[in-house]
Design a protein. Structure first.
Length: 111
């Protein structure tokens, strides 16, 4: 499970009010100089199998040379997300420690 899937599923399963929504994300260039950098970034995406598309317009009132779009990216209020999780943990009796040093970290399977 990647971070987007985790936040989306946790928000839904726990009914968290963190303003989660999925939106397209744009990295755009308004000059030819930056348009070349956007093209380089797009080629890097292709080499690394990162989903993205090179487009020549965006749905905003900005004249662009080109843009790199990533579809359905997650957007949420991180403080509201974490506050809701902490509140739920406290209600379930999970102790939360501040100002302490971790001396050992164990990883357990997450079924």
């Amino acid at each position: 499970m990647n971070a987007l899937q985790f936040i989306k599923s946790t928000t839904k399963a726990r009914n968290l009010d963190c303003q989660f929504q999925q939106e397209d994300a744009y990295l755009y260039a308004t000059t030819e100089q930056y348009a070349k950098q956007i093209e380089k970034e797009y080629h890097a995406y292709q080499r690394l199998n990162i989903p993205g598309a090179l487009v020549d317009s965006i749905p905003f009132a900005v004249n662009v040379q080109n843009a790199l779009v990533r579809r359905e990216q997650g957007q949420f209020h991180p403080l509201r997300f974490l506050t809701a999780l902490v509140d739920r943990m406290v209600k379930n009796g999970v102790p939360i420690y501040e100002g302490t040093t971790a001396i050992k970290v164990c990883q357990y399977p997450t079924d």
